[in-house]
Design a protein around this ligand. Structure first.
Ligand code: PEP
Length: 248
């Protein structure tokens, strides 16, 4: 069965609650789609108003991060049950900005992936290489290590339902998109890794996004690749261009 495409916006640390509601209203007619899953991953403070603002539309709401404990003395953190109760369906885990600036490692991310599934959230698990790693020729080895570590103890059924986002770090927010061939090659490599770790059916089901300077002009070619099932979109998700990406 063909995999359904999924296009997710990663708003990062942008949009106050009132700006967020305005953006949702502006994008509403542009992102309508019967064929593509559309997700807005928004800052924690925007979750409640955005869940309200997307009601009755085709858009689901995601978080950009969460902690792996349910509750307790973790000042400043937000838990999976809190997200679920607020109406969140997806959560981005392991974005390169969190791995880099906030020192999130694969041991921590594995705990977060487990907790997301336990709570009923769909993880959008990010992986990707730096420019140095690409130039050293270790891209796929690095990504396989990330995937294998982050998915320890995760079942085939869970993996089949999740989303993996391949995001070369050098392409994020730089305007430098990976070539279609580079993006397809790594997304195929991720699928092969899942087939080895689990089985062919799981690999066929898991949705793999490409992320890194996706825009209205390059989305169609990227999404036409056999192993690319949509995109994780940063900068362009805050503009009308996001509608062009959804309706590529
Ligand atoms: C991202 O942050 O996940 C991303 C892909 O950003 P951009 O589209 O701006 O490169």
């Amino acid at each position: 069965m063909a995999r359904r495409k999924i296009v997710a916006g990663n708003w990062k640390m942008n949009m106050t609650p009132s700006e967020a509601v305005k953006l949702v209203e502006e994008l509403k007619p542009l992102v309508a789609s019967d064929t593509v899953d559309v997700v807005y991953c928004v800052p924690a403070i925007d979750i409640v108003p955005v869940v309200e603002a997307v009601k009755g539309s085709n858009v689901a709401v995601g978080a950009e991060n969460m902690y792996f404990e349910d509750k307790g003395a973790y000042t400043g953190e937000i838990s999976a049950p809190m997200l679920v109760d607020a109406g969140v369906k997806y959560v981005i885990l392991g974005h390169s900005e969190r791995r880099d600036y906030f020192k999130e490692d694969d041991v921590l991310l594995n705990k977060k992936v487990k907790k997301a599934f336990e709570a009923g959230l769909t993880p959008i698990l990010c992986c990707g290489e730096s420019l140095e790693q690409r130039e050293m020729g270790v891209t796929i080895d690095w990504i396989r290590l990330q995937i294998k570590s982050d998915l320890v103890g995760i079942t085939a059924e869970q993996v089949a339902s999740m989303v993996i986002a391949y995001e070369p770090i050098w392409a994020i927010g730089t305007g430098k998109t990976a070539t279609t061939e580079q993006a397809q090659e790594v997304c195929k490599g991720i699928r092969e890794c899942i087939a080895e770790m689990y089985d062919a059916a799981t690999a066929e089901s898991v949705r793999i996004q490409y992320g890194g300077s996706v825009n209205g002009a390059n989305a169609a070619e990227l999404f036409a690749q056999p192993d690319i099932d949509g995109g994780l979109v940063g900068g362009a998700s805050l503009k009308a261009d996001f509608g062009k990406i959804v309706n590529y």
